[in-house]
Write a protein that binds this ligand. Structure first.
Ligand code: LLP
Length: 404
């Protein structure tokens, strides 16, 4: 049975903790992680949770308790992961465009590092040579993902070292006798098509023979999750079967068995999360009925930034007659969550819930318009607990120095 919080539970939480509030459901995270491990159980695969999706320390600790590793995209995420109790060997730092001192710090901390530029690879070679194993992030030149903003592996993308620069890569590796332990690609987010991953494997396997020390092949994240009833997700058992076929074939012909790595973010935490807000103002105009809520793109930017669809329900009037609404925020800019959306009759004060709010929801929130970031609540073993208090006025001034 898929784990899901009921409308009644969500309403109760909203009343207890106030709105806007992010709610996460621990057991749903577990269910998603187990879907991955179960699908890949006949393969040698390790999962690193891409924590950029959601870094609340309790979520990190919970995910660690499930036995999952963690993938970080900044040195602060690495520090958070260490704080959450992950051991350095289970932390992957897949860097992009970072200053070399972060790589030095990651090395000091003993975590696994994927380097994404020739420049940093050279600096790494000069400083550490063969002494510390390292991975290379490649750009496979594959177009994939839900939309251009979240496509990262195509031939105009800033991410990774383009595979066609293999000669330059090898020149650096050989010059400094680098110990290359893994090769990484990440083609994008919301990839439904299993073949995209297989194309990535094909690209990698062509250059694998150049790296005799290789132990791991890192295929990145990007699995698709369903956003509406009937929507599909990446077919994990099928992906596992196909990936296994490719790796087995490679092991048979080349005699080398690699461990497979994945870095899922959305797949692990998207569906565990809910954003609950309340309706401030109803506004009827000639052609549109607006429901203005106490949130905005300062809390959930995905609909505006990626045209992402988030299912919305009126949990305080679930039986109400469905009507068409445009749901907007209270930010002094156009912040439309949904246009002409059918929702059970909305009245001022009603509670609206946004689904799939676990990944890149709170994590991409801001204090724009000097509004507070929402509170976060974790439901675990049937108990709802506050895991981040809502901002208070002092938070807005906290780092400011009043020199006038
Ligand atoms: N690994 C690397 C190197 C990545 O850059 C990302 C995401 C992931 C793993 C995890 O991808 P996921 O499994 O979550 O799709 N904010 C956007 C998504 C951007 C993802 C950036 N990189 C959104 O809300 O759709």
């Amino acid at each position: 049975m898929p784990e899901k919080l009921s409308q009644e539970q969500l309403l109760e939480i909203a009343k207890e903790f106030g709105t806007p509030v992010y709610v996460y459901h621990a057991e749903k995270i577990k269910e998603q992680y187990e879907k991955l491990t179960e699908s890949f159980k006949n393969t040698n695969t390790v999962f690193f949770y891409a924590c950029k999706a959601l870094t609340n320390i309790n979520i990190l600790k919970y995910i660690r308790s499930l036995g999952c590793n963690v993938d970080c995209s900044s040195i602060n995420e690495v520090r958070l992961a260490l704080h959450a109790g992950f051991s350095p060997g289970n932390i992957l730092y897949t860097s992009n465009g970072i200053a070399f001192d972060e790589i030095e710090e990651a090395k000091e901390l003993g975590v696994i590092i994927n380097i994404d530029s020739l420049s940093n690879l050279k600096k790494f070679g000069q400083k550490f040579g063969h002494s510390y194993p390292v991975g290379i992030r490649l750009r496979p030149n594959i177009m994939a993902g839900g939309n251009l903003k979240i496509s990262t592996g195509h031939d105009k993308s800033k991410f990774g070292i383009p595979v066609e620069q293999i000669d330059e890569i090898l020149a650096v590796v050989n010059k400094y006798n680098l110990h290359i332990k893994d090769l990484h690609i990440h083609t994008g987010s919301e990839i439904k098509d299993v073949d995209v991953f297989l194309r990535g494997i094909e690209v990698l396997f062509q250059i694998v023979p150049h790296f005799p020390d290789l132990e791991f092949i890192d295929l990145g994240g990007g699995f698709k999750v369903p956003y509406i009833e009937g929507d599909s997700e990446t077919n994990m058992p099928l992906l596992a079967e196909k990936v296994k076929e490719d790796f087995d074939r490679h092991a048979e012909t080349k005699g080398k068995n690699f461990q497979i790595w994945f870095e899922p973010g959305k797949f692990i935490v998207s569906e565990c999360g809910y954003l609950i807000s309340q309706v401030n103002v109803m506004k009827e105009t000639g052609n549109t009925v607006f429901a203005g809520i106490n949130s905005g793109f300062n809390h959930l930017i995905r609909p505006m930034f990626y045209d992402a669809y988030h299912r919305i329900e009126n949990i305080s009037n679930p039986g109400g007659a469905e009507k068409i609404y445009t749901i907007t925020g209270n930010i002094c800019e156009t912040d439309t969550f949904a246009s002409d959306r059918k929702v059970a009759e909305i009245r001022e004060g009603d509670y609206l819930v946004f689904y799939n709010a676990g990944a890149y929801g709170f994590e991409m929130s801001s204090n724009f318009n000097s509004r507070y970031k929402p509170a976060e609540v974790l439901v675990k073993d049937g108990k709802a607990q506050l895991i981040r208090r809502r901002d208070v006025f002092e938070d807005l001034l906290k780092n400011q120095l009043e020199i006038i």
